[in-house]
Design a protein around this ligand. Structure first.
Ligand SMILES: NC(=O)c1ccc[n+]([C@@H]2O[C@H](COP(=O)([O-])OP(=O)(O)OC[C@H]3O[C@@H](n4cnc5c(N)ncnc54)[C@H](OP(=O)(O)O)[C@@H]3O)[C@@H](O)[C@H]2O)c1
Length: 337
């Protein structure tokens, strides 16, 4: 099969290779998926690039990418054969495993291949995994958000966009921060009720004005250290910050204990890979419910071909794109510049 791989870490152009590798066979409890679209996340480019000094190869050869979509074409022992032919989206394909979705076939545990609702395209399916599950955990770890106000920091990002979509689906009011016009449009398209430019506007003042001084119930945070003061300023008493990133790998946030305690704040530090299994299942179920309801419409920045993977990784790393970077693995998937 055709695949993309690396055998040492480094810049995309230096280490990514594509070519032919043997087809994988599903083990017990696994399914094999004919991959249609592979989704790229920062986790994939960071792993390939050796982010934070993590330069050791976990396996001699890695086929990258956690997320993807396609059709199950083989079922391993113990998996109902009726799953063969099912359209699926894939999460955490490469978690603790050498081979991810940047290939014509991938084998994953059966539960990591989730039914893709009929109305959802393979492109949509490849946008779900990491962003949707992270956003779901950040939003719902403390229960439902119907009628609440949620601040989504960085609503132009992939997880931020997913958080806006899921929060709106769940009946929350959403305020979000962006830094440029294309991100603003993306956040508005996702349904954000207030979009504030964090570079040119007073975010706290705009949020306080919008909420008539009440503030927000929860924050979904992409830059924990940078936005901690802002979040403390706009959160209601007993509010929740759920954060999934904090800038640099050595970020060491400091905050004053007593004032934070007096606010009664809850802080969650979310890593999608260590979410409990049940939280993964709940996320998969509710993301599919949002898809079924027509409320989950991920934004795609660009679809590349497998042999353009270097450019795809570089686009992901540029920080300039708004929307998901995907790779069309099957020729039937149209590429879009
Ligand atoms: N813990 C987890 O499980 C988990 C899961 C998914 C992702 N992540 C991490 O989370 C980060 C974002 O992932 P992603 O896929 O959403 O990336 P992305 O699509 O590149 O989006 C990142 C967004 O964050 C915004 N941003 C950066 N600094 C900000 C700040 N101080 N305030 C508000 N917004 C800010 C960026 O906006 P600008 O263009 O204005 O900078 C951009 O829109 C990455 O570091 C990724 O590795 C962690």
């Amino acid at each position: 099969m055709k695949a993309l791989w690396y055998e040492r870490k480094g810049p995309a152009a230096a280490v990514l290779t594509h070519g032919d590798v043997p087809d994988p066979e599903p083990g017990p409890g696994e399914v094999r998926v004919e991959v249609h679209v592979s989704g790229i996340n920062p986790t994939d480019t960071k792993a390939r690039g050796g982010w934070g000094g993590n330069v050791e190869m976990p396996f001699a050869r890695v086929i990258p990418h956690q997320d993807g979509s396609g059709v199950i074409d083989r079922a391993g022992a113990g998996v109902p054969p009726s799953r063969v032919g099912e359209r699926v989206w894939i999460y955490e394909a490469q978690l603790g495993r050498a081979f991810g979705t940047a290939a014509e076939h991938v084998c994953v545990p059966s539960e990591n291949a989730v039914r893709l609702p009929d109305g959802a395209s393979f492109e949509t399916g490849a946008c779900l995994g990491v962003p949707a599950m992270t956003a779901h955990r950040c939003l719902f770890q403390d229960g439902g958000i119907q009628g609440q106000t949620v601040l989504v920091a960085g609503g132009g990002g992939a997880v931020g966009h997913a958080a806006i979509l899921l929060a709106k689906w769940a009946g929350a009011r959403v305020v979000t921060s962006v830094s440029r016009a294309e991100q603003e449009q993306s956040a508005r398209d996702a349904g954000a009720d207030l979009v504030v430019n964090r570079k040119t506007e007073d975010v706290a003042a705009r949020i306080k004005d919008f909420t008539r001084g009440a503030g927000v119930d929860r924050v979904v945070e992409v830059s924990f250290e940078a936005n901690l003061d802002l979040n403390r300023a706009v959160l209601k008493p007993n509010g929740v910050i759920s954060t999934y990133a904090s800038g640099t790998p050595d970020s060491t946030p400091r905050f004053p204990f007593s004032p934070v305690m007096r606010q009664g704040l809850t802080m969650h530090f979310v890593l999608v890979y260590v979410m409990p299994r049940e939280a993964h299942w709940a996320a998969a179920r509710e993301v599919n419910a949002a898809l079924d309801a027509g409320c989950y419409r991920p934004r795609v920045a660009r679809v590349f071909r497998l042999d353009e993977a270097v450019a795809a990784h570089e686009a992901q790393e540029s920080g300039k794109t708004v929307g998901k970077i995907l790779i069309a693995v099957q020729p039937s998937v149209p590429v879009a510049p």
